[in-house]
Design a protein around this ligand. Structure first.
Ligand SMILES: CC(C)(COP(=O)(O)OP(=O)(O)OC[C@H]1O[C@@H](n2cnc3c(N)ncnc32)[C@H](O)[C@@H]1OP(=O)(O)O)[C@@H](O)C(=O)NCCC(=O)NCCS
Length: 144
């Protein structure tokens, strides 16, 4: 589902282990989910399993969720740099339909095998799976 340019990919079911002392969704759980979502998005866009979180801008928690709620996370690429990809994120509560948070800038950096920033060569969003790597690191797939 889309909201403007944002495509909402992943849904989560808020469970007891995801709550804070106030009985609402723990921000740390949400950030872990968003970071993973952004990593997957970056890998699919940049065609490289070696992409790391570099920067996250201000995170504005505007509403919350309670146990049993369903939330959905969306991302879109806003800038393709030489070695980086900048994304915008939004999370919303599927039950209340309210936005839970927005993050204007999440920057991932594309790394080479030496762990240093490497040009990724892309400047547009793909909506297909054409860039998905066919394998990860050599050490995990030595027979390939
Ligand atoms: C990612 C890392 C290799 C980048 O190293 P670096 O010396 O900052 O690299 P560069 O200065 O060449 O910058 C690489 C890209 O990141 C961008 N960048 C660097 N700092 C940035 C910042 N604070 N905000 C936004 N973008 C930034 C640069 O503009 C550049 O993008 P471009 O090539 O598209 O123009 C290094 O910072 C690192 O290893 N960080 C830890 C990453 C990590 O482990 N993340 C997991 C969470 S702990």
């Amino acid at each position: 589902m889309s909201n403007g340019d944002i495509t909402f990919h992943t849904r989560k079911w808020v469970r007891p282990e995801d709550l804070n002392a106030n009985g609402t969704l723990f921000g740390g759980s949400l950030l872990r989910w968003i970071d993973e979502e952004a990593a997957i998005y970056a890998i699919v866009q940049l065609g490289n399993g070696l992409a790391v979180t570099k920067y996250m801008s201000e995170i504005n928690f505007v509403s919350s969720a309670v146990q049993g709620d369903l939330i959905e996370m969306g991302l879109t690429a806003t800038h393709f740099g030489r070695t980086s990809l900048t994304m915008r994120a939004e999370v919303r509560n599927m039950f209340t339909r309210e936005s839970i948070l927005t993050i204007e800038k999440i920057v991932f950096v594309n790394l080479g095998a030496d762990g240093k920033p490497a040009p990724h060569g892309y400047d547009t969003i793909t909506y297909d799976r054409d860039r998905v790597p066919t394998k990860h690191l050599e050490q995990f797939h030595p027979q390939d």
